[in-house]
Design a protein around this ligand. Structure first.
Ligand SMILES: Nc1ncnc2c1ncn2[C@@H]1O[C@H](COP(=O)(O)OP(=O)(O)OP(=O)(O)O)[C@@H](O)[C@H]1O
Ligand SMILES: [Mg+2]
Length: 194
């Protein structure tokens, strides 16, 4: 018999890979909403030296300006769109950004994923409720959890999403609200300030 716990994972999340450097960078960051200050997030991505002399290894190799704009976009409460040809570190950078800002890079919506009756952006309602949908029947999407907790959510393959899923994102991005019409309610995004 094998146990998942003892098997080495093929790929560790950015949080686990970089737990040490991130922890050291966090010491230099006075930030209640974000885990790291914008400066520390940029240093985590591009590498550098901390005031205590520890060295942070670079994750992204490329123009500093690009990472500064990316961090500034998130810090000013806007959505960040990474657009580029395949293999240019869009996923890589988004994972590290989420890990550095929220301490969690797993809140991911895969835009092209098969849906099996659920909705990747909104919620799933468990089929149990003969009385009609109730709060306990709600299964949060990763995006909904991110909105509720003020964490960074990542959306992959935005341009290949079905159009109705893209439509759901419009309300979320413009109103910062996720309506749940089945329950006559909505989820408001929590603001996480740097
Ligand atoms: N500028 C870079 N700095 C550091 N690593 C890089 C850079 N460009 C590419 N890589 C490496 O290439 C790998 C592939 O990049 P990634 O999967 O993030 O590309 P992508 O832009 O998301 O591609 P796709 O459009 O196919 O999804 C990353 O895991 C990373 O190790
Ligand atoms: Mg990618």
């Amino acid at each position: 018999m094998t146990s998942d716990a003892v098997l080495p994972s093929a790929r560790r999340t950015a949080v686990r890979r970089r737990a040490g450097p991130a922890r050291r960078a966090r010491r230099a960051a006075p930030s209640p909403g974000w885990r790291l200050s914008p400066w520390a997030v940029t240093t985590y991505l591009l590498g550098g030296e901390l005031p205590d002399g520890s060295r942070i290894a670079p994750k992204y190799v490329g123009p500093r300006r690009l990472m500064e704009v990316a961090v500034a976009t998130l810090a000013t409460d806007r959505a960040l769109l990474l657009l580029g040809v395949p293999g240019t570190a869009k996923t890589w950078v988004s994972e590290h950004l989420a890990a550095a800002v929220s301490g969690d890079s797993t809140l991911l919506v895969q835009g092209t994923a098969a849906r099996r009756g659920g909705h990747p952006v909104r919620v799933e309602l468990r089929a149990a409720a003969r009385r009609g949908p109730v709060g306990e029947a709600l299964v949060e999407s990763p995006l909904m959890r991110a909105m509720r907790t003020g964490a960074v959510a990542r959306i992959e393959e935005l341009t290949r999403m079905p159009s109705d899923v893209q439509d759901s994102l419009i309300t979320i991005l413009s109103e910062k609200t996720l309506p749940v019409p089945e329950l006559g309610t909505e989820v408001q995004a929590v603001k996480a300030s740097p």
